[in-house]
Write a protein that binds this ligand. Structure first.
Ligand SMILES: [Zn+2]
Length: 151
């Protein structure tokens, strides 16, 4: 939630960056479109926007050289949230998707030495791969115990 004085600060900083004159109606639009977001989210989306030096395929101009509409900042925040949630997150039982085992077979199919042990992929990693390979699938990074396939 961004209060009016803080949104004004973001707005004024942006119009100065693009050498534009302030417009109260525009500020009202920023508040209504972006007011529900956090200051940090809007701030970082604005920075990502202006840092975008890719050429706009429709206008042929540098994308970040144009002042963004509030709806464009909103959709940047939404797609950034989505890409963050699609990163692998390991469960509390493993170290970044790896577990240390001292019995059974290694990933290469060899007998694991009980003295040395071996690193194996954790179930959360396989759940993540399942998710990545299922387009439109629901994010399910960690399987619950009772959902494990019977062996
Ligand atoms: Zn895990």
């Amino acid at each position: 939630m961004i209060q009016e004085p803080f949104m004004r600060e973001l707005y004024v900083r942006t119009i100065q960056q693009y050498s534009r004159q302030p417009n109260e109606a525009e500020l009202v639009a920023w508040l209504s479109v972006l007011g529900e977001n956090s200051y940090a989210d809007v701030d970082s989306a604005l920075r990502r926007w202006s840092a975008n030096t890719a050429t706009d395929m429709h206008t042929g101009r540098i994308a970040g050289a144009r002042m963004p509409a509030p709806a464009e900042i909103k959709s940047m925040i939404l797609s950034f949230d989505r890409s963050q949630s699609e990163r692998f997150q390991h469960c509390e039982k493993c170290h970044d998707g790896w577990i240390q085992v001292f019995e059974g077979k290694s990933m290469g199919g060899n007998q694991v030495s009980p003295k040395i042990g071996a690193a194996k992929r954790c179930e959360c990693w396989f759940a993540w791969i399942d998710y990545k390979n299922a387009p439109g699938g629901q994010p399910k990074l960690v399987r619950e115990k009772h959902e494990q396939p019977a062996t």
